[in-house]
Design a protein around this ligand. Sequence first.
Ligand SMILES: Nc1ncnc2c1ncn2[C@@H]1O[C@H](COP(=O)(O)OP(=O)(O)O)[C@@H](O)[C@H]1O
Ligand SMILES: [Mg+2]
Length: 220
Amino acid sequence: MTQVISVVQEKGGAGKTTLLTALASLMVADGAKIAVIDTDPQRHLESWAKKEQTRLDWLFEEDDEKLLPTVKSLKKSEPAYDAIFVDTAGFKSAMAMHAIAAANLILIPSKANEADAKGAKRTFSHVQSVAETMEREIRALVVMMDVDAHTNITQAIIDALDAQNVPRLNAMCAHRTGFKEMTSTGMAPQGAAKTSAQSVLADLQSRGLINFYRSSSWQK
Ligand SMILES: Nc1ncnc2c1ncn2[C@@H]1O[C@H](COP(=O)(O)OP(=O)(O)O)[C@@H](O)[C@H]1O
Ligand SMILES: [Mg+2]
């Protein structure tokens, strides 16, 4: 079954595009068939995807009312996509609402600062209200980005999110230059950034939130 994963965060610059490109490209490297839909008018995903070194399908959709039909038609593709990722702009918008409604899983990136953590909390509440309106469960998790682990600020932000019962992935994307280099190389993260991104992907898989390995590589 094709999974739809939207990366949403009301606060800009929290690492949405970085997280999406890292996960999508690692999955492609492992043999997944992936589509990414860029809904951010700034089209940050485009420069990375257009380098076409990652062999995934890239689409741009700026009309919020067309997002769901676009996702639905991609879900009917043969051979089926393992996952469709949706990137969004860093503000609360009708498009963000549609991206939440179209997805089974929402990833909410947050860097280790107060503004990002507040945006993550508000975004999580937004997901909950969309889920209530739609009367269905939508899993949403915060993924810490660009962190220096074991620093006081990282721990303080983690504690603040936990105290507010905002669900969070244990694995985090560390502060690594390899994440910044992805845009210019159009490739998957390399070196230490790759190891860090792989830990995030493995955490999602072990929770059963990304089922690609279960359905394909694990059986090879
Ligand atoms: N783990 C990381 N290590 C280093 N830089 C990062 C990391 N995550 C994000 N960044 C940087 O933070 C900036 C904002 O990230 P981006 O993914 O563009 O955010 P958004 O899409 O939410 O606006 C970019 O310059 C990106 O390279
Ligand atoms: Mg972005």
